[in-house]
Design a binder for this molecule. Structure first.
Ligand SMILES: *[C@@H]1O[C@H](CO)[C@@H](O)[C@H](O)[C@H]1NC(C)=O
Ligand SMILES: *[C@@H]1O[C@H](CO)[C@@H](O)[C@H](O)[C@H]1NC(C)=O
Ligand SMILES: *[C@@H]1O[C@H](CO)[C@@H](O)[C@H](O)[C@H]1NC(C)=O
Length: 512
């Protein structure tokens, strides 16, 4: 009797152990910025980046919502374009996989000729064909991406009924996208969710709504990285240095692959196989091919190299990366100030803006998160406000807050919700920060997700207003005319605001 119990216990405990181990590592949660939105939500839930329950005081009503959303799941070509800007992206990354296909054949043949134990070689490798072979156009929003944005729209509409209770008008619900088809398609998928069932079109009772884009070349609110010459120079200079930084990790993993599979992989092969792993896992939900070549600890290192690149080229690695996003931060603040003004003046419903919804890129959302001070390793807030670069995220197995899968997954977003709290004695307006829909601690708000509006303005926005976009971004800045000569915080804010308003009158092209 005793023995039987012991045996039973043993069986149960091994079962538990193995199911725990499986749960503990899912490669889909380690794909840096190629992570799907639904998976990113799981990563955030399980991770030390502690999300919190909301701290909005009682008796508050949301009166305005600012959303900054980035591109959703897209085809292989786009992924590259998001990372490297405008040079022939699709062809290059698809070409890389075509090259990998051509490389694998001789590698396998060599191994065969040398009579190596081929059973070591995973069977999918022989005769592997790139699923994107022959695809010349990429970068469109794939179905999965449409669904992500549509579902996000449904959830936001349900979560903020007070904000989305009005008749659609383009000035009440302003939708902006960059002048890039996938961003505007994302906005459309989102808008269909937001306004569906309230119009007269078809069985879904859809309604038409407007998506406005600035010209691509001069969109300093959503494509500030594209007009910033100093940033573009920095990227060009820094990319080779980032590659150098990654080399030791790739070399280490390459030798491990060579001895594991008996194939003469090069560093480039490892890099291509990691790229393939991410695409397969994220877009095709295949994890038993390229991804299975790597051990979990190797994947953790590869993920870290991607996160490191994100940090250096788009995040806290250089203050310019996020400082150039200040026009967007000021636009967000301006939207809030107008909403407060409308509230104070008791303007009739339907006569003022209730949401400003923006659809852009990783290069937009990541700097914006940095401006808010999110996801640094804990001691960085003062440094960020002084515009100093931060230390790069620590290498695994050390833990880090800066994870691409959380900071900027597909469809990653930041929402700033403005609340009116008439009964509160300390402040009548509060700002809540949500990252991927979850309340997130904001260092400038003493680690709360909610800040009195004045605190948000003084402690989070004002410190970033030290210099203007033109001075930051251009090698030979054109002297801005009529700058107020004092440099107090409020006059700097005034300068930013009036400059943005001037933009609306169409003078920006000449300024830049
Ligand atoms: C791999 O390369 C090494 C040295 O370049 C060579 O000695 C070995 O035979 C090669 N192995 C295969 C399987 O091609
Ligand atoms: C991906 O595959 C797993 C099984 O490996 C399955 O449980 C999951 O539902 C799939 N996800 C999607 C989005 O198809
Ligand atoms: C006002 O807001 C603060 C900050 O969230 C909160 O601690 C306080 O309880 C609120 N006061 C009232 C009267 O609601």
């Amino acid at each position: 009797m005793k023995r039987a119990t012991a045996l039973l216990l043993l069986v149960v405990s091994t079962l538990l152990a193995s199911s725990n181990a499986e749960e503990a590592f899912d490669v889909r949660q380690h794909l840096s910025t190629v992570t799907r939105y639904s998976v990113a939500k799981q990563v955030a839930e399980n991770s030390f980046v502690r999300f919190m329950s909301s701290n909005v005081p009682d008796g508050c009503t949301p009166i305005h919502l600012n959303l900054v959303d980035m591109r959703s799941s897209l085809n292989v070509g786009f992924y590259h374009q998001a990372r490297h800007g405008t040079r022939a992206p699709t062809k290059k990354r698809i070409g890389e996989l075509n090259k990998l296909e051509a490389r694998l054949e001789p590698l396998l043949r060599d191994a065969e000729e040398q009579k190596l134990p081929l059973q070591k070689v995973p069977s999918w490798l022989s005769g592997w064909k790139s699923p994107w072979k022959g695809k010349l156009k990429g970068g469109e929003l794939i179905t999965q991406g449409e669904v992500e944005l549509y579902d996000l729209g449904i959830r936001i509409r349900e979560k903020f009924p007070d904000v989305f209770n009005e008749e659609y008008h383009p000035e009440v619900y302003a939708i902006r996208a960059t002048q890039v088809p996938r961003a505007s398609a994302s906005a459309v998928a989102f808008g269909m969710a937001l306004f569906g069932g309230r119009g007269n079109l078809g069985p879904g009772r859809n309604r038409a709504f407007a998506v406005i884009s600035e010209s691509r070349a001069s969109d300093i609110l959503l494509r500030f990285f594209d007009s910033c010459e100093n940033y573009k120079d920095y990227r060009k200079r820094e990319e080779p240095a980032v590659d150098k930084l990654k080399e030791p990790t790739f070399d280490e993993i390459t030798s491990a692959l060579v001895s594991r599979f008996g194939l003469n992989f090069t560093r480039q092969d490892t890099s291509s196989l990691w790229f393939l792993c991410k695409q397969e896992a994220s877009l095709l939900n295949i994890t038993d091919q390229a991804c299975s070549l790597f051990t979990p600890s190797e994947i953790a290192l590869l993920e870290w190299t991607d996160d490191l690149e994100l940090f250096i080229l788009k995040g806290y690695g250089k203050s310019l990366n996020y400082q150039m996003g200040v026009p967007l931060l000021v636009d967000v603040l301006q939207a809030m100030e107008q909403a407060i003004k409308a509230q104070e003046e008791k303007l009739p419903a339907g006569s003022y803006e209730k949401a400003r919804l923006r659809f852009a890129h990783a290069e937009t959302v990541v700097p914006f998160s940095c401006l808010l001070g999110l996801f640094h390793e804990g001691f960085g807030f003062q440094q960020i406000q002084r515009e100093e670069p931060l230390e790069p995220p620590p290498k695994p197995p050390q833990r880090r807050n800066w994870r691409g899968s959380v900071v900027a997954p597909f469809a990653g977003n930041n929402m700033l919700v403005l609340y009116s709290c008439p009964a509160n004695s300390s402040s009548k307006y509060f700002v809540q920060v949500l990252h991927n829909e979850d309340p997130i601690p904001v260092p400038g708000c003493d680690g709360s997700d909610v800040c009195p509006f004045e605190v948000f303005k003084e402690r989070i926005v004002a410190p970033h207003l030290k210099s203007d976009y033109n001075t930051l971004c251009n090698v030979n800045p054109v002297k801005a005319e009529q700058c107020p000569s004092t440099t107090s915080k409020s006059s700097l804010l005034f300068r930013w605001l009036s400059w943005l308003w001037n933009d609306d009158k169409g003078s920006r092209k000449d300024d830049l």
